[in-house]
Design a protein around this ligand. Structure first.
Ligand SMILES: [Zn+2]
Length: 412
């Protein structure tokens, strides 16, 4: 079992579906003991960045499929992003609708972020009172018309409300002035798409957020950081004591732009996967603590929206699904980063405790015995991939890609 003191033999005592004790060693057990043998038992992962598109776009991903994928991947709590569902979670009434859609269809604990869109600063207090741990906004178009991006004046209004509520604002950080028109004729080339969303767009947006953080005192969290060029800004802000945090995703740490095949639109996400040198710097940012968490940004779409038949990067939906691969990635990261290697299971435990303190999540859909519980993690390359990942249209994480993960490091 992974404990704060290391990986060692232990017993989890479960009563009526609730973990009531974790005992060192292997004490006498009650009825129905389950022996997990050499498998590691560890806390369920918390994924704070998941797009479930129900209600409204359930055919993209609904609560039943998303939470099954989460459980299969070792994640026992997801926080759902406020957009892609219809209505988006930008009002208290929409939150109620969303929670209603999740209830009875979820296999893990589910919490919800609220959304900041132009003109809804007056809704934030009601959303916070109903349990959203924070709010998400975009500085550039989100991809769906019902969730508009914010301008500077909307951002300031939202941030003063976020500060007053002692909440947090999650920001899709690409600066609109730096987004470029695509070069004509190269729509099947990944490089064409990459050039439209350069690293400087992220770097400038993060610099703006650091300034707003200083001006307003509001907590700001940069979602899915892809450009390592922004790491210095974040590190300096944090050294100054500003409440600015950041996350990145498995696809930015695993893939590089050089590998993206022509027409392989399952690679498309925003901000884009960048070059290998950038990827190595992201790893350093993670090991050094400037990047505080790795989240999936699971965002599937139907195959036809990924435009796989034409391979047109410019019109394809941007979003990668990877929710059920979290445990594989977690295991692989032990090998990949020496600093993470020694204590990765314990780190998961500590991060989980930190998360509980940082985000007191009210969960709406609890599955007794699974939500926020401990999971037995048995890694096997034979485990089938489910959901949209298997189709290969919605994610570059295909079976072939995951076979590059050195599974043997998981055997303890
Ligand atoms: Zn996202």
């Amino acid at each position: 079992m992974a404990t704060p003191a290391g990986v060692r033999p232990a017993t989890v005592v479960v009563r009526r579906g609730v973990v009531v004790a974790v005992e060192a060693g292997a004490p006498p057990v009650g009825p129905d003991p389950i022996d997990y043998g050499d498998a590691v038992v560890m806390p369920g992962l918390v994924d704070t960045h998941v797009h479930v598109n129900e209600p409204g776009r359930t055919e993209w991903e609904g609560f039943e499929t998303a939470t099954r994928a989460a459980a299969a991947g070792g994640t026992t709590t997801i926080l759902d992003m406020p957009l892609n569902s219809v209505p988006p979670t930008t009002t208290a009434a929409a939150l109620q609708e969303k929670a209603g859609a999740a209830r009875g269809r979820s296999f893990v604990d589910v919490g919800f972020w609220g959304g900041v869109v132009p003109g809804n600063a007056g809704e934030l207090a009601a959303l916070a009172a109903r349990g959203v741990p924070g709010f998400k906004c975009f500085l550039v178009p989100s991809g769906v018309s019902e969730f508009a991006h914010v301008a500077a004046e909307d951002l300031r209004a939202a941030l003063s409300e976020v500060a007053r509520l002692d909440s947090v604002l999650l920001v899709h950080a690409e600066h609109p002035d730096r987004i470029r028109e695509p070069a004509p004729g190269g729509e099947r080339r990944y490089a064409t798409y990459l050039a439209t969303r350069p690293a400087v767009a992220e770097d400038d947006a993060v610099a703006l957020l650091a300034r707003l953080c200083r001006d307003t005192g509001a907590r700001i969290h940069v979602v899915h950081l892809s450009s390592a060029g922004a790491l210095d800004t974040i590190a300096r802000a944090r050294a100054e004591g500003l409440p600015l945090t950041a996350e990145t995703c498995p696809h930015y740490l695993f893939f590089s732009a050089e590998e993206a095949p022509d027409g392989a639109t399952e690679w498309k996400c925003a901000p884009p996967i960048r070059d290998a040198e950038n990827r190595e710097r992201l790893w350093k940012g993670l090991a050094g603590g400037t990047i505080g968490m790795v989240v999936s940004d699971h965002s599937p779409a139907p195959p036809e929206l990924k435009r796989r038949e034409t391979g047109d990067f410019l019109s394809a939906w941007g979003g990668i699904s990877s929710l059920e691969l979290r445990r594989l990635f977690n295991a692989w990261s032990r090998r990949r980063s020496p600093r993470l290697a020694d204590s990765s299971y314990c780190m998961v435990f500590r991060k989980w405790r930190m998360f509980e303190r940082a985000f007191p999540v009210r969960t709406y859909c609890s599955q007794p015995g699974l939500g926020l519980a401990w999971l037995a993690v048995m890694i096997s390359t034979r485990s089938p991939l489910r959901s949209s990942v298997r189709s290969g249209t919605s994610s570059p994480f295909t079976l072939a890609a995951t076979q590059r993960l050195p599974m043997s490091v998981c055997t303890v």
